[in-house]
Design a protein around this ligand. Structure first.
Ligand code: GDP
Length: 604
């Protein structure tokens, strides 16, 4: 959770105050001192903290409060308001509009997370139906282009830049060996490359890559153009069977690649302005509505860095310049933000690495003090660990009051429109089946780190997701889903755990589509591929009838390659979640502005 430590300390202070029988000056001072200590520890500027304390005391004049007034509520509200004031940076100078071309230039020091953030920003908008594109104008840092290319290809976002393709060259084709049998082959040009990943389980029994190449299911043999992105992370998108040996496979791929004009791998365009202009023009022609230009973050001298930024800015005429800064610098963010603002017209700020640093609160408040609007925060290394920064919901989460609007936003983002009413309906009915659990797990994985999502729900995060162990929990969820893949429909739709294990096998066997799909997904995480070719999947869809006679839990365990204990643990988890889910029963989904009412409801 973002700023977990600071949030925890503040909520504890508020809780202690709430526990006191009488709230007098002493109790109020203790609470404020505790909050002050937490803020100072988070590196918030002393002056800001002192001002906040003074303001709260001014608002909460205990003597003036008429008897019968809810002092606790007034104090809590005052703290909420002051924190909002402290962190409110105002509005960005420009807000891009979907369908209308905007050029966004990213600036920031090297290591601040700029390149990662460019892709996160593009990915965030792509998920909302935008057509983003990335331009790498960082010719200074070796590998900057490769990094952007890799991120962009993974997210299937078009990109432009210039740099050496990394990897080993075999017959002039850049090739990388991952493990024993996986290669990636691509064009070393500044154009989008295409990559082929091979999953070969047993080289001697593979089949049909040649068929695919020959009979034109793939555009490799017929087209000299870079290949369109083909595939995804689910097996159904790779409906191929292969029956060639690994050597034949490689030969076929190489044959298919022959004739591709490979750009000179040693060629690199070094003028960032030229690349930026070319990239922006190209994507304007392609009607992209969000053209993101990543600039260099390092130079021998600061003056040269600012001069380069100015030149790229003049040449590309960005609608918005976004300054990316690392939150670990704490209140030093004030000087850094000022320096960048004075050199280029910074219209918005993104603060990164809010996940790992105790100084996050300090940097946020320091940026706010420069009146530079923070629009997003980075909360991890992954593409979807990225959140819109909105002061009120943010402070609300910090105080443990939940962020219902953020949760709803996530739901709107990932759950298809036509399924939203159904999900909300299910939420309010409180009837929790394993299928719902499975679907929600799918959504959670899509939504991003589940800690992030559940931390938005008041009272949920601690139960579901131990702090700092989000990655493990995510792996656990994937494991549960594997087990659930081996359940029958009847088991799936039942909300009675006893019934759940009393039906026959739906899918079992050692090598199901799901198992294979997962294997492909894990291979995808090695690198970037437009196409994954799968070999030796003859066992696909086979079911193992012997298993059907075993007890149901054993069947599920075997189908998923897990132990009985793990299946039982999964069912326990189901029961626990069902209990939490039932808390939502009868809840009215709040409209905008009703968030705090809901928070109270959930906390009750
Ligand atoms: P650049 O030099 O500014 O382009 O920085 P990079 O994008 O290369 O990022 C530097 C490092 O910070 C990389 O290891 C990123 O994975 C990491 N990083 C970027 N954003 C975040 C974030 O929000 N949280 C965490 N934990 N790491 C991040």
């Amino acid at each position: 959770m973002v700023l977990a430590q600071l949030g925890g300390s503040i909520s504890r202070a508020l809780q202690q105050m709430s526990n006191a029988t009488i709230i007098d000056e002493k109790v109020l001072n203790e609470c404020l001192n505790e909050i002050t200590r937490a803020l100072l520890q988070a590196d918030v500027q002393f002056k800001l903290v002192r001002d906040m304390q003074t303001n709260i005391k001014k608002i909460v004049n205990l003597d003036d409060l008429a008897a019968g007034h809810n002092k606790r509520k007034i104090i809590q509200q005052a703290i909420f308001n002051e924190l909002c004031k402290m962190l409110d940076p105002g509005k960005p100078s420009f807000t891009p509009k979907k369908g209308k071309t905007s050029v966004i230039m990213f600036v920031g020091l090297q290591g601040s997370g700029k390149t990662t953030t460019c892709t996160k920003y593009a990915y965030y908008h792509q998920k909302k139906g935008w057509k983003p594109a990335l331009v790498c104008a960082d010719t200074f840092r070796a590998g900057a282009f490769d990094q952007l290319k890799q991120n962009a290809t993974k997210a299937k976002i078009p990109f432009y830049g210039s740099g050496k393709a990394s990897g080993v060259y075999v017959d002039g084709i850049p090739t990388i060996k991952v493990g024993k049998l996986m290669w990636r082959i691509g064009r070393a040009s500044c154009r989008p490359v295409w990559w082929v990943g091979l999953v070969v389980k047993s080289p001697s029994r593979t089949r049909s890559l040649i068929m695919l190449l020959k009979y034109g299911k793939l555009p490799i043999s017929s087209s000299r153009e870079p290949m369109r992105v083909f595939g995804g992370s689910s097996f159904t998108e790779f409906p191929f069977m292969l029956d060639v040996t690994f050597e034949e496979t490689l030969r076929a791929v190489r044959d298919a690649c022959r004739g591709f004009k490979l750009a000179d791998p040693s060629y690199m365009e070094s003028d960032p302005v030229k690349i930026a202009v070319e990239g922006v023009e190209r994507f304007k022609e392609e009607n992209c509505d969000l053209i993101i230009v990543d600039t260099s973050g390092r130079h021998k001298q600061e003056a040269a860095l600012f001069e380069e930024m100015r030149q790229v800015s003049e040449a590309t005429k960005p609608d918005l310049v976004i300054f990316v800064m690392d939150s670990s610098i704490g209140q030093a963010a004030f000087d850094q933000a000022q320096a960048f603002k004075q050199s280029v017209s910074v219209g918005a700020v993104i603060v990164t690495k809010m996940d790992g640093h105790a100084k996050g609160g300090g940097s946020l408040s320091a940026v706010a003090a420069t009146k530079s609007p923070v629009i997003f925060i980075g909360t991890g290394e992954h593409m979807d660990e990225f959140e819109v920064f909105d002061v009120k919901p943010f402070v609300s989460r910090l105080l443990g009051m939940g962020d219902w609007s953020g949760f709803m936003d996530k739901i709107h983002e990932v759950v298809p429109m036509d399924q939203q009413p159904e999900l909300l309906q299910k939420l309010s009915e409180g009837n929790f089946t394993l299928r719902i659990m499975y679907e929600q797990f799918q959504n959670l994985l899509k939504m991003g780190p589940i800690g992030q999502v559940f931390s938005m729900l008041p009272g949920f995060s601690a139960e579901l997701m131990p702090k700092g162990r989000e990655k493990e929990s995510q792996a656990k969820i994937k494991r549960y889903m594997t087990m659930m893949d081996s359940m029958t429909n009847e088991e799936f739709d039942s909300s009675d755990p006893k019934l759940m294990i009393s039906f026959g096998a739906r899918r079992a066997g050692p090598c199901t589509r799901e198992v294979m799909g997962r294997e492909i997904t894990s291979i995808l995480s090695f690198g970037v591929f437009d196409l994954i070719l799968v070999a030796n999947i003859a066992e696909l869809d086979s079911s193992n009838p012997k298993l059907m006679n075993e007890s149901r839990i054993m069947r599920i365990a075997r189908g998923a390659g897990r132990s009985v204990r793990e299946v039982e643990e999964m069912l326990e988890e189901y029961k626990r979640l069902a209990k939490i889910w039932s808390k939502m029963k009868g809840l009215k989904i709040p409209k905008k502005g009703e968030m705090s009412a809901l928070s109270r409801n959930m906390n009750a």
